[in-house]
Each structure stands twice: as C-alpha cells, then as structure tokens.
Ligand binder design. Sequence first.
Ligand code: SIN
Length: 484
Amino acid sequence: MQLNNPALLCNKAYIDGEWREAQSGARMPVLDPASGEQIADVPDMDSTDTAAAIEAADRALPAWRAKTAKERAVLLRKWFELIVAAKDDLATLMTAEQGKPLAESAGEVLYGASFIEWFAEEGKRVYGDVIPTHAADKRILVTREAIGVVAAITPWNFPNAMITRKAAPALAAGCTIVIKPAEDTPLSALALMVLAEQAGIPAGVVNIVTSRKSAEVGQTLTDSPIVRKLSFTGSTGVGKQLMRQCADTVKKISLELGGNAPLIIFDDADLDRAIPAAVACKFRNAGQTCVCANRILVQDGIYGEFIKRYQAAVEQMTIGHGLEGTFDQGPMINAAAIDKVEELLTDATDKGARIVSGGARHSLGGGFYQPTIVADVTPEMRVAKEEIFGPLAPIFRFETEEQAIAMANDTEYGLAAYFFANDLGRVWRVQEGLEYGMVAVNEGILSTEVAPFGGIKESGIGREGSKYGIDEYIEMKYVLLGGM
Ligand code: SIN
C-alpha cells in the first residue's frame, strides 16, 4: 500500500493524546478482505485500556465543554480540512482494509468529512429558551448542555463516516468521546486520529480503543457511570444487547441498526432513472450497507422489462481489487459474509426462485462474489425477512399499490425505503404509507449530512446528521429563577 503520507498508517491506539499499546501487549492483525492476507497489526485492547480511555475522556471534559462553540468549531474545521487534504491516502487505507472500490472510499472520506464541517457550524446554534413565566416573581430558562462523556461503537462497512457522524456532533456539543472501531477496519479510525491530533484537538477529547474483544469493551463502556451516552451503528441483535446493558446506568442511546429496505418499482416508473438507481442502491459497497435495497418489488405490468434491463445493467459491472484498478465492486468483508449470501440464495432457489444473473463466488476467488439477481422471490423465503448485506438482489412481483405498501411494511425493520413512480397522487400515498424513518422517491441513494439519518421499529433510535443530530449529545436543563 503506497501512501503520500506514510504517517497515516498507524499501528497504535490513541488514548489521552498518546499513541499506546494495549496494557497486556496483545495485538491483532488487520486483513485485506480480497485475499485474507495481513496488511498491518494494531493493539488488541481490553477492559483495562477501555477504562483508561474513559478516564481520559472524563478528565478532558471540563476544559473542552468550557470552550465556546466557536473555539471548538475552529478546531473541527481544521480537522475537516486536513481530512479533505488527505482524501487519497485515507481512501487507500480504507480500500486496503475494507475492500470497497477506491472511488467509493474517496466518496466516503468526503461524506465523513462533511459531518465535521456541518456540526462545527451546528454547534454554534445550540440555543436555549426563555419561557413566558407562570408567576410574576419568577422567570423560566431552558439551557442545553453537553451530555458528557460519549461512547461510540462503529461498524466496518463505513470505517470513516460512521465515526465522524458520531464524533463531530459530540465534540461540537462539548462532549468528549471514546470510540471502539470495528476490529476489521481500525486503520481508517487511527488515521482520523492522526489528523485530529494535527488539528490541535486536545488530549483526551477523542480516544480510540482498538480491539477484537468487542463484548468486553462494550461491557466496560456500558457499565461505566462516567459514560452518559452510547451511540452504536451495527446489527439489531447487538444493538438490543447494548440497550439492555445501558439500562443499569440509564444512558441516553442512539442506535442505527439493521434494515430490510424495499425498493418498489411501479408501472409508471421512469426506468431510465430507476435502473441505474437500483444498481447503486443494491450493489454500493457490495451490498454491505444498512440502507441497501434488500427487496426489489416490481409491479406486474413492468416486471419482465425491469428484469431484462436490470440484468443488462448489472452484467456491465466490473469486479476487482480496488487498489489494482477501477472497479464497481470489491470483495465482501469476510468468509462468513459470503457464506450468508450463499445460504440465502440456496434457500430461495430451493423454494422456487430463479437465478437471473450471477449466483456464485467470483472466479477471482478470495472475498469476491458475483453481483447476483434472483427473480420470482416470495415472502416465505429467507431473503424476504433477513438483512442480506451482500450483492444479491431478490425481485418480488406485486399487483396493486396497497399490496406493495403491505409487502414493504411486512418487516420488523424500518430504516430506509425507496420507490419509483411518477403519478403525484401515488407518490404522496405511498410515502405516507411506508413505515420507515427515511423514504427516497425516484432516487437510490439518500445519505447526506444535511438530512436526518435513522430508523424506526427495530432499525433504531435517534437520528444522525442534520440539525437534529446534535440533540443526541445534549441534555436540556430547566432553570427557575425565583424572588424576582
Ligand atoms: C450504514 O450502512 O450504516 C450507513 C449508510 C450511509 O450512511 O449511507
């Protein structure tokens, strides 16, 4: 791996402004998901190191919280600028450890940086209130204050942006933070810390604990009474467990969990627009995002034509190692992820679904899987219910608008939904009928720092990004002034 600035490839964790080994001395490998080969190693920390990080964040809190929002914004802005300037190196590191194509990695670096730019400004707009009083000798104020020390547990599918989407609002609000990045992708997290340090963010304000002992680190973070807030992005199962663990200390929580996104194509859809959007929505990051289309529902009248054109578009996709050329799809994260796709596909075909394209591991071997389309899928098949998290596009057929809405909502998840239609009445009725935190109409990608990202039902609690995202890191205080 060639970097313009080799200092961005870091092999120590970052706690209290110091680059540290695990106190136990343990280390863990970082692998290239394409080949399984080791590309680096980093400390494999445990509860002792996590406790040290929490204490560092607690010590740093008073001075950081006491800064003005503008003083914090200046440092955040500097961090943003350094990240943008280092975009190419950060993208290379990301592709090396996560596998997504280089252009997608570069896009994620800018997407991640956008949260820092956005929240540097939003931090200045954390206004309070003066409430008209209920008694002549009293006055009522509401202030909004940083919640305190925050813990963030972040996933491997977005090794950069899921960190900045949590750290930026936390820091802008005046909180300090301990981050546990995914064990598969610590290098992107540590490179962000090199730049945070360079930007002048003080020691202890942001800390990274690298570890593959996820349960132990998670337990230490959730048990700690010092940690007042947990923000987690990952599976619904782990999110539920963390939520239970946070109950004893009644922490504020934000959870961005699994999804089962429907992408609905109505008869009146503009297919010139819908086909490329459905490719991006399904196959972005090799299908490994919480908001990727998990079920493609196509109306009767357009079913055959959609499949023909979708197949043609998917078969144009190029597959390869993102550091060796320009490709549309890289490897999946690990063997277990491929096994899951294979299991789901076998279940679907055993129950009568038809493979239209792909359907097997790629001839490149390693972590590569063919972009796959399977048609005539029905609600009894596992792909209808489970998050696929891979490059497998299941296509369902429906007849009426009501049926499409009912099928789309027939899941415990409620993160993102997409549909393509042109009739204005239908557009309004369907967006109203969809039980999802985010709905995109005639678009296949909806992520941006200016809009509230998050789900309902078992897809999570809270919102990230937008003017709402900073509220997750703030407590409201009611102040009554008497004897006036
Ligand atoms: C996710 O998959 O968790 C995040 C996707 C996004 O921000 O677009």
